[in-house]
Design a protein around this ligand. Structure first.
Ligand code: FMN
Length: 196
């Protein structure tokens, strides 16, 4: 996939849009391309150089393993769910060539100078940089949480402690169909002048 070199940086940022993971297909980024996208991700404002974020790359085999866990957990939590819904949940991680799990690892000892909110904002900025990086490289992406981000056993299976938060799963791939534009909160409804 070639980078979106026909667009200026500002055009890239102002035209980015998510493609739903269900509409993703191959190719995903190569290892080099993924490294570039992740480099964009970590180039993020980070007050106090805490680096309170981690990125796990989940490729196809691991996606299937994670999906097996999702299916099991979903069935346990929803014993009356029909098989096709269990199957849908088992397939959740496998919708894209590359899945990233982004986790937030706060450092409470730094809260006096860098409050929890600033640390998690840096983590959100990292996610957004990954979305823009993927878009700039000619791929599509979607940032999802869904129920698995809030399930303790998913966090545990990914190897994280209880105080770690999964802030998102980012799917990256190519679009089966060009995404339609959606209604957005426009600048005109959120921007005002403050003149003292
Ligand atoms: C933290 C976070 C979690 C999200 N989780 C979900 C989700 O679980 N399901 C979903 O459909 N969209 C979720 N979204 C929204 C999508 O990432 C995306 O913004 C939406 O599909 C609209 O696309 P756009 O990026 O083109 O505006 C989430 C967004 C954020 C910032």
């Amino acid at each position: 996939m070639s980078p979106s070199i026909d667009k200026s940086p500002i055009e890239l940022i102002t035209t980015r849009r998510s493609v739903v993971a269900a509409n993703m297909t191959d190719p995903g980024p190569s290892d080099d391309e993924l490294n570039t996208i992740i480099a964009a991700g970590v180039r993020v404002p980070d007050h106090g150089r805490i680096g309170p974020w981690r990125i796990q790359i989940i490729r196809k085999d691991a996606q299937a393993k994670l999906g097996a866990l999702y299916g099991k957990l979903f069935k346990e939590d929803n014993p009356d769910a029909p098989d096709d819904l269990v199957e849908f949940n088992r397939d959740r991680p496998s919708r894209s060539p590359i899945l990233l799990a982004i986790t937030f690892h706060p450092d409470p000892e730094r809260y006096v100078k860098v409050p929890h909110s600033e640390q998690i904002l840096s983590c959100g900025a990292l996610c957004q940089n990954i979305l823009n990086g993927a878009h700039a490289m000619g791929f599509v992406a979607q940032w999802l949480t869904e129920w698995p981000a809030y399930h303790a056993e998913v966090k545990n299976a990914l190897g994280h402690a209880a105080e770690t938060e999964i802030v998102g799963f980012i799917h990256i791939g190519s679009a089966t169909d060009a995404p339609q534009e959606r209604k957005r909160v426009g600048a005109e409804s959120v921007v005002s002048e403050w003149a003292g």
